[in-house]
Design a protein around this ligand. Structure first.
Ligand code: ZN
Length: 260
């Protein structure tokens, strides 16, 4: 691809609207052409600034959704009193087991539906929060708290700041350069953000311990030209966010899981 072919595709590339082969051709041209990559960086920045301005306006909504999420979590243990109530009723009913099993089934169905809905809405909130955090990290001066390409500097930096030790594998040889780490805040808790770079693209990898961690097979979510990859392993929740091509983000997940 030549510069004349690449320039008209840049906006589509930023918005993730190109086909996979097109997107890969643009990416490989950007990696070797400084004039196109300068233009790309300028456009990316203007997009980020616009989105940042939009996101500042929706901040109160984010806060509300966080409060709602924590309220839902506080309400979670209420399953127990329902069981107590149905067992108290038991003595009042002549044919005791049938209504109870209906009640139990009802709790199971309603409870299961509630859990599924809860999981979905809390996942939706994480998508918004992770995206907001990723974009914020790109516009400001605050991409990393600990700038280092050495995992033995980045990993220990989190000790005492967070209640777990994040995985920080070195993936330079696979094309994902470690840039550093940052303390961030997602899903109502402090999380580790490990920052990698793929060519000129930043990948934020958020992780935190979660007993009910995400799917073992990564799930891809596309939003506003960004891609999010979500998976769970060993009771840890992982969210990778970037504007790299989806294939690159998948390659990142594979490299990360193999190296950690
Ligand atoms: Zn060029």
């Amino acid at each position: 691809m030549r510069c004349d072919d690449v320039l008209p595709l840049l906006d589509g590339y930023i918005d993730g609207e190109l086909s996979m082969p097109e997107s890969e051709s643009v990416a490989s041209h950007l990696a070797v052409c400084s004039s196109c990559s300068t233009e790309y960086a300028a456009r990316l920045e203007s997009v980020s600034v616009t989105r940042g301005a939009l996101q500042r306006d929706v901040a109160p909504d984010m806060l509300r959704s966080r409060v709602r999420a924590s309220l839902r979590e506080a309400a979670a243990p209420r399953a127990a009193p329902v069981v107590v109530e149905s067992s108290r009723r038991r003595s009042l009913v002549a044919n005791r087991w049938f209504p109870i099993s209906i009640a139990a089934l009802f709790c199971l169905v309603v409870g299961g539906g509630w859990l599924a809905a809860h999981r979905q809405s809390s996942e939706g909130a994480i998508v918004e929060e992770a995206l907001e955090s990723h974009v914020r990290s790109l516009i400001g001066e605050h991409l990393v708290d600990v700038p280092s390409s050495d995992q033995h500097t980045v990993k220990p930096w989190f000790a005492g700041k967070i209640d777990f030790s994040p995985q920080v594998p070195k993936l330079d040889s696979l094309g994902f350069v470690l840039v550093g780490g940052r303390l961030d805040y997602l899903h109502g808790r402090p999380v580790a953000a490990i920052v990698y770079q793929r060519r000129r693209h930043v990948i934020n990898l958020y992780s935190w311990p979660e007993t009910d961690a995400g799917p073992a097979t990564p799930e891809q979510i596309d939003r506003n030209g960004y891609h999010l990859l979500h998976w769970g392993r060993d009771n840890t929740e992982y969210w990778a966010v970037s504007d790299v091509a989806p294939a690159d983000l998948r390659a990142f997940e594979v490299a990360f899981e193999q190296a950690r």
